[in-house]
Design a protein around this ligand. Structure first.
Ligand code: PA5
Length: 420
């Protein structure tokens, strides 16, 4: 199926012949999305209505950060982490941190786990760097984020003194509420606001994602332009509807797991972002497709057996990059079958071969071809999947924009902590 942009989503191998049964549901779902009255749907019109002044300020702040630090540490978790990491990893050199580049800070992430080892080793790693922190938390009270921020802020104050440390801290948080907002206002950190009407997993095109993405040197205006193109493309939005209906049809046929498969390692965190988007949106009221991710061909050597012959409770959504950013030619030594071919050609042969083997095994397969990895395509993808997820959640009979279950573990953990 062509979609008017450069992406092509082929659902012919999904084995779903008829999605007409979902038409009424889709009409109702679209109404809810576009009514302007549904909570947490601020992302729907964001690409065409974003605040240009804020984007200019983000770009300026990113330039300041790039001029000031050699290590930029982004502190956040879940919706305050995955979108930025997905973009940074998709659109940066695979070894950006190792090779370093003048005027381009190495981007590190913190506060997305509670590992003392990870954070101790991060502190070792940045010891000789010029450091800036970006703390991102809507609530300002998330444990993982609070610990990492306290730790890194402490190190920053020891290194630079309180005043200069404050000039090196950037905060993205609620406009009015929460301890992080209070501290930000008190200490005078440069700050941006997490919009009230956009939930964490839909927030990558707000300052939550855009500040770290811009600090990594990625063109955020192009990204927003891509999202706007997606929003304006009737054909792409129709494709999102077909995808939403197809995954519901598969779910109702007992395919309860959707495996997102990427053949480019740079897409690993995009698939992590997809896991949160779909998992948190649909996994409620005892329902929901379980979103999983595999990196191929790597995982064929661990999970390939299951995919070929295991419990057939899943379908595959392949993310295939037609023109990856770089390529190499396979040398003679690799043998006659491979020699002289480009590595990307071999990767494409893997995509086609794996799909054919899985098709023969009866696995339903959807394949999304991306023309390239660029900010514009990232923006298109984000808007496409956000829309599909909202529609799909409604078809599934859940509210795709709340997350009532997220708090439970936090309460139990606080109880454990108070017993320590
Ligand atoms: O989507 C969500 O609600 C979560 O993933 C949150 O984004 C995550 O728990 C972080 O919350 P906060 O931004 O309040 O620190």
């Amino acid at each position: 199926m062509k979609n008017g942009l450069q992406m092509n989503f082929d659902m012919a191998l999904a084995g779903v012949r008829e999605t007409g049964v979902y038409q009424e549901g889709l009409i109702a779902a679209k109404e809810k999305l576009h009514s302007g009255k549904t909570d947490f749907t601020g992302w729907v019109d964001l690409p065409s209505e974003y605040n240009r002044e804020e984007i200019r300020r983000i770009a300026e702040t990113a330039e300041e950060i790039r001029g000031k630090c050699s290590a930029f540490i982004v502190i956040g978790i879940g919706g305050s982490y995955l979108g930025a990491r997905a973009a940074v990893e998709m659109l940066s050199h695979s070894f950006a941190r190792e090779i370093g580049k003048a005027g381009a800070p190495k981007i590190y992430f913190a506060g997305m786990n509670i590992s003392g080892t990870y954070h101790a080793e991060l502190m070792d790693t940045i010891e000789r760097e010029e450091v800036c922190l970006c703390v991102i938390s809507k609530s300002g009270t998330t444990t993982e984020c609070s610990i990492a921020f306290a730790l890194l802020k402490d190190a920053l104050i020891k290194k630079y003194g309180k005043e200069e440390a404050a000039r090196r801290i950037y905060a993205v948080t609620d406009a009015k509420r929460g301890v992080l907002r209070e501290e930000t206002d008190r200490e005078g950190y440069t700050s941006f606001v997490v919009p009230d009407d956009i939930g964490g997993r839909y927030s990558v095109l707000t300052p939550v994602g855009l500040l770290p993405i811009a600090a990594a040197g990625i063109q955020i205006e192009e990204m927003l332009e891509g999202a706007r193109e997606a929003q304006a493309s009737a054909e792409l939005m129709e494709t999102a509807e077909t995808y939403a209906a197809t995954r519901n049809a598969l779910f109702n046929k007992g395919k309860v797991i959707e495996i997102f498969e990427a053949y480019e390692p740079r897409l690993q965190y995009f698939t992590e972002w997809l896991k949160q988007l779909f998992g948190e949106s649909e996994g409620k009221d005892g329902r929901g497709l379980f979103p999983a991710a595999l990196q191929l061909s790597t995982d064929l050597h661990s999970m390939g057996q299951f995919l070929q012959q295991g419990n057939p409770i899943f379908f595959e959504t392949v993310l295939n990059v037609k023109n990856p950013p770089k390529d190499v030619t396979v040398p003679e030594d690799a043998g006659a079958l491979l020699a002289g071919k480009s590595m990307n050609q071999v990767n494409q042969a893997a995509v086609a071969g794996v799909m054919e083997a899985h098709r023969k095994a009866g696995v339903p397969i959807l394949k999304l071809d991306l023309p390239e990895l660029s900010p514009r395509i990232f923006g298109q993808l984000v808007y496409f999947f956000e829309t599909a997820c909202g529609l799909s959640g409604y078809l599934m009979g859940v509210d795709p924009f709340n997350q009532p279950g997220v708090e439970s573990y936090k309460e139990e953990m606080r109880a454990e902590l108070s017993r320590l």
